[in-house]
Design a protein around this ligand. Structure first.
Ligand code: ZN
Length: 544
């Protein structure tokens, strides 16, 4: 034994000199690690898809023998961006349909549909996004032109808010819609004894229910095209809010095959079969897919006056909006979810909806806890209710671009006073737990996390309006906004130990930007572009 000791010491000394192998060395960068002290570094090393070491290029180069070296040439690098609230699959499906956003006339719509029909030669033609308020002639169109172009092929085109559609005769025939037919809570427009093709509210479903379920290739296409666009804007994880359990296998298969590389945090919709499935199976977790949450809807949206308010709408006397399910339902699912140890994420827009859910959560969570139950949107919260978030460790999950999209009309719905005291109060909400996840709710808003960052810190829209920011007291700092789209979003998903920062042991998910968003001028933020996106240290998007 005595003889062995000097030999061991020699060996240890030799190891010190020896280089370690690594897959990738990233150097000459400004690396915002987004660790607890917001450290920056100029290099890091990746091995087997994970961050191995972060620090100074000289030291790391001495120590590691990297298979590949990436010279960032001074560019800023951030952890891969995470969207804490989106509809990834739905967005992808939308990309397969006719996009009618921003169309300026009925003729332009018909032209888009025709162009789509020549590229996609069979099946239903589904489109979305028209708004007659954007046209010179601000009237609902009629289906005559669609009937002459598509006498056999069904066509259905949704208005921007989804509350009205125009369908052609072929689609109406499939659904069995007859002139003069009536429906509760909806309208089937009939003029001079003839259907115009316009269907409103509850009438919409009569036809949309007849649209066949997407086939496997359509589903795959949807997911892969959503992924492509998301990689382009630096997203490496997306929270998909409200899928059926049947999607879990589809996603897992594509991820297993390697074609779907996006990491997804999936919330299952509030439906009995989803609870049955996940309660029986237990949480689903792979490096790419995490299913342990349920998405519940408390109310609707503010724009269509579906948000449930404590006091009537300022622009609709005696109307408070409504809850989408009974309070008893929310209580029941909250108890069940808590008992089984899952996460509850509830959409709540109005101050009444927020209060109802906060109180139900509080009754189940009973003070500080680490269950990370979320209120999605937390959009209008009565000032006296804000503390319920902190008291019960409830996570407000917010979308800064909603504030800057809604600001034009939110004051009409709420009155300026109520808007100022309770609307989009992100800073006040952040203070509750000391952290807040950020998202977009895409496809409702654009997918770009730079817009989220910009809206959070500047509180302005893409036109630079308003000059001094909308209710600027609720703006976040740049550090807070960056944490919101990285580490805090990861934390809202119980994933802060595996992603959300550039630290040893975490997945090597990172993005390179063409400007440093911690230093760029405010007005430049929305124009900042991703030049490279990496997952597991492998490039998934390259601007070229
Ligand atoms: Zn949503």
């Amino acid at each position: 034994m005595k003889k062995l000791l000097p030999a061991l010491l020699l060996l240890a000394a030799a190891c010190k000199q020896k280089e370690y192998n690594a897959d990738l060395l990233v150097k000459n960068a400004v690396v915002y690690t987004v660790d607890s002290t917001f450290t920056t570094a100029n290099a890091f090393v990746v091995s087997k898809g994970k961050i191995l070491a972060v620090g100074n290029a000289d030291t790391l180069e001495q120590k590691y023998n990297a298979h590949e070296v990436l010279d960032a040439k001074g560019a800023a690098i951030y952890p891969g961006f995470i969207d804490a609230h989106a509809h990834f699959y739905e967005y992808g499906l939308g990309l397969q349909e006719v996009n009618l956003d921003g169309t300026k006339s009925w003729k332009e719509i018909v032209d888009s549909v025709e162009a789509y029909a020549t590229r996609n030669t069979d099946g239903w033609i589904v489109g979305r996004g028209w708004d007659q308020n954007d046209w010179d002639k601000k009237q609902f169109p009629d289906k005559a032109k669609l009937d002459s172009l598509f006498p056999v092929r069904p066509v259905i085109l949704s208005r921007v808010d989804g509350h009205a559609v125009i369908a052609n005769q072929a689609a109406l025939n499939i659904a069995g819609v007859k002139p003069g037919q009536t429906i509760n809570g909806g309208e089937i427009e009939t003029v001079k004894g003839k259907l115009t093709g316009i269907l409103v509210d509850n009438a919409v479903g009569i036809v949309t229910r007849k649209i066949p379920e997407p086939t496997a290739p359509v589903v795959e296409n949807a997911l892969l095209s959503a992924q492509k666009n998301c990689f382009e804007v630096g997203l490496t994880t997306v929270d998909d809010c409200g899928l059926p359990y049947t999607m879990i296998n589809t996603l897992a298969d594509l991820q297993h095959k390697g074609s779907l590389k996006m990491r997804l945090y999936v919330m299952l919709a509030d439906r009995q079969e989803n609870y049955d499935y996940l309660f029986k199976r237990g949480a689903y977790k792979t490096p790419y897919l995490d299913v342990r949450a349920f998405k519940v809807y408390a109310d609707g949206a503010l724009g269509s006056r579906g948000a449930c308010l404590l006091k009537p709408y300022a622009d609709s006397a005696k109307w408070n909006g409504f809850l989408l399910s009974s309070q008893a339902h929310f209580e029941e699912v909250a108890k069940k979810i808590a008992e089984k140890g899952f996460q509850m994420c509830t959409h709540a827009i109005g101050d009444s909806a927020n209060r109802v859910i906060l109180k139900i959560y509080a009754s189940v969570l009973k003070g500080k806890n680490d269950r990370r139950w979320r209120i999605e949107h937390s959009q209008i919260v009565a000032p006296e209710d804000v503390k319920l978030f902190g008291d019960n460790s409830i996570i407000p999950s917010v979308q800064p671009t909603h504030a800057t999209s809604d600001m034009y009309w939110a004051g009409k719905r709420l009155g300026e006073k109520r808007l100022k005291s309770s609307g989009y109060v992100y800073k006040a909400l952040l203070k509750q737990n000391g952290w807040i996840p950020l998202g977009t709710d895409f496809p409702v808003e654009n997918i770009n996390p730079m817009y989220t960052f910009y809206a959070a810190v500047e509180r302005k829209d893409l036109k630079g309006f308003p000059e001094h920011g909308f209710q600027k007291e609720n703006a976040l700092t740049r550090e807070e906004a960056l944490r919101g789209i990285t580490i805090w979003a990861a934390k809202a998903n119980f994933e802060e130990k595996e992603k959300g920062s550039i630290e040893p042991g975490k997945y090597a998910d990172f993005v390179i930007l063409d400007k440093d968003i911690m230093k760029a001028k405010g007005a430049e933020l929305p124009t900042v572009k991703v030049t490279g996106t990496y997952i597991n240290g492998v490039k998934v998007y390259d601007k070229k």
